[in-house]
Design a protein around this ligand. Structure first.
Ligand SMILES: CCCCCCCCCCCCC/C=C/[C@@H](O)[C@H](COP(=O)(O)O)NC(=O)CCCCCCCCCCCCCCC
Length: 216
């Protein structure tokens, strides 16, 4: 009998494959693969316990919004970030000043995940260069303070800080990544960090070009 829990098990390799697949030859970003990468990350966070559910809930909501765009009658425009930006701007689907009815626009939704990706890049890089006695909670909060925290109100920052203290230690963390020995994990992180940085930088540039880095 197939073991479904096994099938659903997180593997950093899988997440990495999705983020690799999301990059097209001419440096566009495929939404479907990017979202698949996020689904994998959420699975990872879920496997760490329910303290993180307020984080996964928000990520899942955003993944769902993008899933709806991918299935909508306008799906032909939601192939890459570039085609989405063009379509939503041309059709006035993006709010620049105040959050209103268009709050489910693809552009603002991806921007939230994009900021999360910066956290991931910083965190994985710390993990890659960490030593056996490094604390995951410290690495996580440092990465958070350098990225997402700037966009979050006090109450969310506080809740995030509490959740970080519940993170398992480095050995468990490495195990849950499901990659192999610590050396193999570090090697894979060495692949993951530049890849995630590339996806991040392309998105950042695209959003900067269109003055969309502060969408409400
Ligand atoms: C492994 C530890 C994971 C720690 C994750 C660090 C990120 C902490 C983020 C706290 C977010 C709290 C939830 C609420 C967020 C929203 O208010 C806020 C604004 O949304 P709105 O403009 O629609 O209102 N949303 C966001 O900023 C989006 C944040 C999405 C972050 C998701 C981070 C998931 C990280 C996945 C971890 C996987 C680790 C993998 C390691 C191999």
């Amino acid at each position: 009998m197939a073991d479904t829990s096994e099938e659903q098990k997180f593997s950093l390799r899988e997440v990495l494959d999705s983020f690799r697949a999301c990059l097209s030859e001419n440096k566009e970003i495929f939404i479907e693969d990017y979202i698949a990468g996020w689904r994998g990350l959420v699975r990872f966070l879920n496997s760490l316990g329910s303290v993180f559910s307020f984080i996964t809930k928000d990520a899942v909501a955003k993944i769902q919004i993008m899933g709806n765009h991918l299935k909508s009658e306008n799906r032909e425009h939601y192939v890459t970030f570039q085609s989405m930006v063009k379509y939503e701007l041309e059709n006035e689907q993006v709010e620049f000043h105040k959050r209103g009815n268009l709050y489910e626009s693809g552009c603002r939704t991806i921007l939230r995940l994009h900021r999360g990706l910066q956290w991931l890049q910083l965190f994985l890089d710390r993990l890659r260069t960490s030593t056996e006695d490094s604390k995951t909670s410290v690495m996580c909060s440092e990465a958070y303070n350098e990225s997402l925290a700037k966009y979050h109100p006090w109450i969310i920052r506080k809740a995030a800080g509490v959740a970080f203290c519940a993170l398992p230690g480095r050995p468990t963390f490495f195990e849950v990544m499901n990659v192999g020995t610590p050396e193999q994990v570090v090697a894979m992180l060495g692949e993951a960090v530049p890849l995630i940085a590339e996806v991040y930088n392309i998105t950042e540039e695209l959003y900067a070009q269109h003055n969309m880095l502060d969408l409400p």
